[in-house]
Write a protein that binds this ligand. Structure first.
Ligand code: X5A
Ligand code: ZN
Length: 665
């Protein structure tokens, strides 16, 4: 099952025909540079190309009024003057004799994508379209948008396939007010949007784009607005919002389909957004969504006006959809104060609706509210605006070269090698030098030749992962402790290496390397640990251990991922203790999410008795989407308390754990 790419050059055949400074950035080249970048990088070839179609009247009427559709239908026959006149009734949009045709193709492209994914023909995909859609409303064009491609796709998915819950993630830098209006009172569509807002000073200047607009009636809680009140937001700001708002809520919601309003004007260099997130962030945003809805992610292009940034970001998104390992996250130095204020406001506005964030702090009565503007600060900001965003420079994202071998396994005799994996157990004797080292350091019984072979295969695996010959690995071992020690000592010996050790289940984990930061250990268990607490040793004690999916996912999303991303390991060592109590689906989610770290270099260790888990583990390491966990219930209060107290202890050291702005006095 592959990745669909939907594109048709016809959608480049309209453009602005008069002078309008507000619209001059929306050019046909946006599409050609994006598509050419995909072709030149070889990514287009790896996708299945699916033809576009015209959306039918019935499709368009799922969202738009008949009057509006009839009005748009007349535009191909209008003169230039009539088009200008027609355009005037709307905001920041232009019409062209061919735009109606293109708008039908753009909406139809989104529908073709949904068809490909919901029929199971394709795993996921992207549609490159013009005109964009998320600003257009029931009876109005707006912000370069004519028909609301993604909103139509969501209604269509519900109607044609009986999809129960749709998540729309709008990472475009503008508020998709058209999408919000369309689903305001609808609890079956969860709409999330972050947007440049600047306390309503930024287009479209709507009061209803603020954080406290959460949806109406039955739809209350199903509209999430994250207003950015400053420009210059960076990778950390975006990821913090994913970790502490979007992902917990999305996992609780449990969508059957994820639609992305994939605008790239939220990337660096964009003249509209003026934000500073680098193109590789879109690899991570995409990846973090790919274990929802069983991997059914459909991205539809919206904005993006810096052609360089746009093309790079599109490539990052598509390459991630294709399943290639994501790059190491970059520039994660924690969210800025303004982002934390927004984060706090959104969390407090939504805590009544979502049990996954119910523990969030209420807004202080004085309210840091985004509504109240510190005028003095705003004046300062204006002075900072010297050079234009388009002149911004950033390094081109490095080529993502997949390893020759995706997943290798070291298994005891008699355990079959899972499909698509490479079996590593070497029959030959290990290097005598290494063998001696093992005998001295690790082996209790120096003549245990089985253990010796396993350990040396394990080290060979780790070494080949380090060289990027192998991406991920899995080993069944008899003595887990010994294997952990062995891998840590070996890997952390290299100067620049850091190992994130994630341990699921009870039992002592060797804490080697936690004193100097060469390893970061996070252990999930049901037993309180007596281990000395430090920045690099983090015992997460959950009431039912790993058996409760809600508590466990809360800890993974709110604690493990932020820690992992900030730590930025070169290897993730994932250990499943015997009797961890973790069910296969949660385990698959964990592996899937951890693939966002260390370029997907995850080495899984399990006890040799866990043969039944080899298949599911291998499948996740190979990049298969984890099955959906279903709607999560409220986590146990004890677990919330445990995770929150850890977050409080650690947030000074790990900035991605912060969810509120530090008080300034
Ligand atoms: C789709 C999109 C932006 C409109 C900006 C108008 N529209 N100032 O990014
Ligand atoms: Zn936009």
């Amino acid at each position: 099952m592959g990745t669909a790419l939907i594109y048709d050059e016809e959608m480049t055949n309209y453009k602005l025909l008069w002078v309008d400074p507000a619209c001059k950035i929306e050019v046909p080249e946006r599409l050609t540079v994006s598509y050419e970048a995909l072709v030149e990088s070889g990514l287009a070839d790896r996708c299945m190309s699916i033809p576009v179609r015209e959306a039918t009247d019935a499709d368009i009427l799922l969202v738009h009024s008949e009057d509006y559709l009839d009005a748009v239908k007349t535009t191909p026959y209008k003169t230039l003057e009539e088009l200008k006149e027609f355009t005037l009734q709307f905001g920041d949009v232009y019409f062209h004799p061919n735009i109606y045709h293109c708008a039908k193709l753009a909406a139809g492209a989104a529908l073709q994508l949904v068809d490909s994914v919901l029929t199971g023909k394709m795993r996921n995909g992207m549609a490159l379209v013009r005109p964009p859609g998320h600003h257009s409303m029931c009876s109005a064009a707006s912000g370069f948008c004519v028909f609301n491609n993604v909103a139509i796709a969501a209604k269509y998915a519900k109607q044609k396939y009986g999809v129960k819950r749709v998540l729309i993630v709008d990472w475009d830098i503008h508020h998709g007010q058209g999408v919000q209006y369309c689903f305001e009172d609808d609890p079956s569509v969860l709409y999330f949007s972050w947007h440049r807002y600047e306390h309503q000073k930024y287009w479209p200047h709507l009061r209803e784009s603020d954080f406290d607009i959460v949806g109406k009636e039955k739809g209350a809680g199903f509209n999430i607005n994250v207003p950015w009140n400053k420009v210059g937001m960076q990778n950390s700001d975006y990821l913090s919002v994913f970790f502490h708002i979007l992902l917990p809520v999305a996992y609780e919601f449990s969508p059957d389909l994820v639609l992305v309003c994939a605008g790239f004007d939220s990337g660096i260099g964009d003249p509209e957004g003026k934000m500073c997130a680098t193109p590789d962030i879109f690899a991570h945003l995409t990846h973090l969504l790919m274990n929802l809805a069983g991997g059914k992610v459909c991205a539809v292009l919206e904005g993006g006006y810096n052609l360089t940034s746009l093309a790079q970001s599109v490539c990052q998104t598509v390459q991630t959809l294709l399943g290639d390992p994501v790059p190491r996250p970059s520039n994660l130095d924690g969210p800025c104060k303004s982002a934390l204020e927004s984060l706090h406001c959104v969390r407090s506005a939504h805590r009544r609706y979502w049990s996954s964030i119910r523990h969030a702090a209420d807004l202080p009565s004085c309210e840091i509210s985004t509504k109240h503007i510190k005028l003095a600060e705003d004046k300062l900001d204006k002075e900072e605006e010297e050079k234009s965003a388009e002149e911004e420079v950033w390094p081109q994202p490095p080529k993502r070269v997949p390893s020759a071998i995706r997943t290798a396994v070291v298994l005891p005799e008699g355990v079959a090698c899972p499909d698509r994996c490479k079996c590593l157990m070497s029959a030959e004797d290990p290097d005598p030098l290494i063998a001696n080292k093992f005998r001295e350091n690790f082996l209790k019984d120096a003549d245990d030749s089985d253990a010796l072979t396993t350990l040396s295969s394990l080290i060979a695996l780790a070494e080949r992962m380090e060289k990027n010959e192998i991406c991920s690995g899995l080993a069944l071992v008899r003595d887990i402790s010994m294997a952990i020690m062995c891998v840590i000592q070996h890997t952390a010996a290299a100067l620049s290496n850091r190992v994130l050790v994630v341990c699921v289940g009870d039992g002592k984990v060797p804490s080697h390397g936690t004193d100097d930061g060469k390893t970061l250990v996070v252990q999930f268990s049901s037993k309180k640990s007596e281990e000395q607490k430090c920045k690099y040793y983090i015992p997460v004690c959950l009431k039912k251990g790993c058996q409760d999916a809600s508590g466990f996912m809360q800890a993974v999303l709110g604690l493990l991922l932020p820690l992992g991303y900030e730590y930025d390991p070169s290897l993730v060592l994932l250990v499943k203790m015997p009797d961890s109590g973790l069910c296969d689906t949660v385990w698959k989610q964990l592996i899937g999410l951890l693939q966002g770290l260390a370029q997907g270099h995850t080495l899984v260790l399990m006890q040799d008795v866990e043969r039944a888990c080899v298949g599911p583990t291998a499948s996740s390491l190979l990049g298969d989407a984890a099955p959906s966990l279903g709607q999560l219930h409220a986590p146990l209060p004890e677990d919330v308390e445990a995770v929150e107290s850890l977050r409080h202890r650690l947030k000074a050291d790990w900035k991605l754990l912060q969810t509120t702005a530090p008080e300034t006095r």
